[in-house]
Design a protein around this ligand. Structure first.
Ligand SMILES: Nc1ncnc2c1ncn2[C@@H]1O[C@H](COP(=O)(O)OP(=O)(O)OP(=O)(O)O)[C@@H](O)[C@H]1O
Length: 247
């Protein structure tokens, strides 16, 4: 059974933007990259997956549970880092994670320290979040996403604001969790080197639609995720230009 199934999902905002008829599924242990230009619909789709946004049509299943009808069961094994979801500034890193941990009564003692160590924030755990840099906040959000030992982790531009070392540490952590613990990841990012390094499959969103999907194993000789991405984006532009000309 796939960890995540997105079936014909459409979400249209009042201004007509959003995502249209999106379908894909992800198997356990995959690192799935969601790529696309600014405004393509990546965050919207991720928000739909974790029910921060209600699709107009379509179904989303996590480990076989319907996100809409079986929300609690579906979300039990999900960790998320989605733009726009903030920590409490007036609490420390540890206190913020402690607050999140109350959602998961069966967490082991010491788990907060463990995830803080993973993301390199142990030394700052008793500092208030209001004094944190963007990168430190991002590390804290990642720690929160991993706190409950989720089997599916949804990361929206997770290395935004991280320094070089932070990025590399993060990439190592994701690879390790996927390989050793079988954790499944969906990752949206604009950093193509991150995609090449981490992802085993990608989907390309453009103007709310999927215009390409490929696994690393399906790439032709000499082809990279970057060249696949650029070929799809260029093709999309040509199609749009042709449509304009025939209007
Ligand atoms: N709450 C909203 N109300 C109206 N339109 C919205 C809303 N949120 C997003 N949009 C629009 O929907 C489209 C998709 O936005 P979304 O944030 O999902 O894109 P994205 O691929 O995550 O972009 P980026 O790479 O810039 O983060 C954009 O055109 C955006 O302007």
């Amino acid at each position: 059974m796939p960890v995540l199934e997105v079936q014909n999902v459409t979400k249209q905002y009042k201004n007509g933007r959003g995502v249209e008829n999106i379908s894909f599924s992800i198997e356990q242990g995959e690192i799935f990259g969601l790529l696309g230009p600014n405004g393509a619909g990546k965050t919207t789709l991720m928000k739909c997956i974790v029910a921060l946004c209600r699709p107009d049509q379509g179904d989303i299943l996590i480990n076989g549970y319907h996100v809409r009808e079986q929300f609690e069961q579906a979300m039990q094994s999900v960790g998320t880092l989605i733009s726009g979801v903030e920590a409490f500034d007036f609490l420390t890193a540890y206190e913020n994670l402690h607050l999140v941990s109350r959602l998961y009564p069966s967490l082991e003692k010491g788990r907060i320290d463990e995830v803080l160590q993973w993301v390199g924030m142990e030394a700052h755990k008793h500092e208030k979040v209001k004094s944190f840099s963007t990168g430190m906040r991002q590390r804290l959000y990642l720690a929160a996403a991993l706190l409950s030992s989720p089997t599916l982790v949804i990361l929206d531009e997770p290395t935004n604001g991280l320094d070089i070392e932070g990025k590399l540490d993060f990439q190592e952590l994701i690879s390790r969790l996927a390989k050793e613990e079988g954790v499944t990841f969906i990752l949206s990012t604009h950093l193509i080197d991150e995609v090449e390094r981490l992802c085993n499959r990608i989907a390309i969103l453009s103007k709310g639609k999927i215009i390409g999907e490929v696994a690393k194993s399906q790439l032709e000789e000499g082809q990279t995720f970057e060249s696949f991405y650029m070929s799809k984006i260029r093709k999309g532009k040509e199609v749009n230009q042709d449509a304009e000309l025939t209007k």
